[in-house]
Design a protein around this ligand. Structure first.
Ligand code: SF4
Ligand code: SF4
Length: 332
């Protein structure tokens, strides 16, 4: 069964970066310390901010992120606090190193998912992107989590460096015991915004050729698979999540964005000060969300116009979808 997941308008998502430190140096890391800060938030601050968003949005989903969130020694306490505050679901995104014996300190009842990041079906490909030893650590971490009964998902960021291994992933994920597969497109943020990384993005043809087939293969093996639409035909509807959805991308320096493509720039529409949420002055990302352009996503046109194409009359050949708009394939 296939369904396009409109960024659920009845649910809120809190993407909570509780620190920006990480033990890895992935080539495509989107963390930008100049824009996001370098602090590790104290647990009291994490709990206060969780309260801020629990009050603002009923029954939100929280995703703990970093950097590497398991480097935070108080992550288990943050998870318990989120549970007590009534968050609808709790996910920890991890590179798989699972610091501070996190699997010993949480039970499968405490969190909904551990979400692992792996960018290849082999150590050779993954470790070229994520660093020596990362494949082994991540797959060991997945096996350990699965054997203890945790639900697990996996994020694979597609680039020219690994698209050839995408078709190998479904059977590998089945073997690992992964339940949900998120295929991501390489975004031009943080490290990957550098000139050397720009040519690592896959073309429209490459994306369309590989991604859907791999998603179908994963679903046939019983794995729920989610991937961004990225390219829309001109007659398909376009919507900007910044206008209609309730997403918060929160960083340790108190910046709160509604759109992840804006995160390299000081255009956040909200900020946290003294444990309260305030709107920021215009001009900010909200002013961009309000613009209607034939190419679809405004931020895409501003920061990654190379993935657009025009006909001889100067009209776009397709639109770029909101990066938060996903297709979800579920096993029948
Ligand atoms: S992408 Fe994630 S795991 Fe890799 S360096 Fe950045 S924060 Fe760390
Ligand atoms: S990615 Fe584009 S369409 Fe989506 S919220 Fe950001 S600006 Fe809006």
């Amino acid at each position: 069964m296939k369904e396009t997941v409109t960024f659920s308008k009845d649910a809120a998502n809190l993407f909570f970066h509780i620190l920006t430190g990480c033990n890895l140096r992935c080539r495509h890391c989107y963390i930008n310390p100049d824009q996001h800060g370098t602090q590790t938030l104290p647990i009291k601050t994490i709990e206060a901010w969780l309260e801020v968003f629990a009050r603002r949005s009923h029954s939100a989903n929280v995703i703990f992120l970093g950097g590497e969130p398991t480097l935070h020694p108080d992550l288990p306490q943050a998870v318990q606090t989120a549970r007590n505050l009534g968050y609808r679901s709790i996910t920890i995104d991890t590179n798989g190193y699972l610091f501070h014996d996190i699997l010993d300190k949480l039970s499968p009842q405490d969190i909904d998912y551990f979400s692992f990041s792996l960018d290849g079906a082999t150590a050779a490909v993954n470790d070229r992107i994520r660093g020596d030893g990362a494949f082994r650590q991540c797959t060991d971490g997945i096996r350990d989590a699965v054997s203890r009964g945790f639900h697990t998902s996996l994020i694979f960021t597609v680039s020219r460096d690994n698209i050839h291994e995408l078709p190998l992933m479904p059977s590998f994920l089945e073997e690992l015991g992964i339940e949900r597969f998120f295929i991501q497109v390489l975004g031009l943020r943080g490290q990957s915004a550098g000139v050397a990384r720009k040519d690592r993005r896959v073309s429209r043809a490459e994306w369309l050729e590989s991604v859907h087939g791999t998603a179908e293969a994963a679903v046939d093996l019983g794995i729920v698979t989610v991937y961004p639409k990225v390219f829309l035909d001109l007659d398909e509807p376009f919507e900007c999540a910044g206008r209609v959805a309730d997403n918060y991308f929160v960083f340790p320096n108190g910046r709160v964005y509604r759109c992840p493509l804006c995160e390299d720039h000081p255009v956040h529409s909200l900020r946290i000060e003294e444990h309260q949420l305030f709107p920021t002055e215009p001009i900010n990302e909200k002013d961009l969300f309000a613009l209607d352009i034939p190419e679809g996503c405004v931020m895409n046109k501003l920061i990654q116009p190379d993935n657009l194409a025009y006909n001889d009359q100067g009209d776009p050949e397709y639109k770029i979808a909101c990066c938060l708009l996903k297709e979800e394939l579920r096993p029948k």
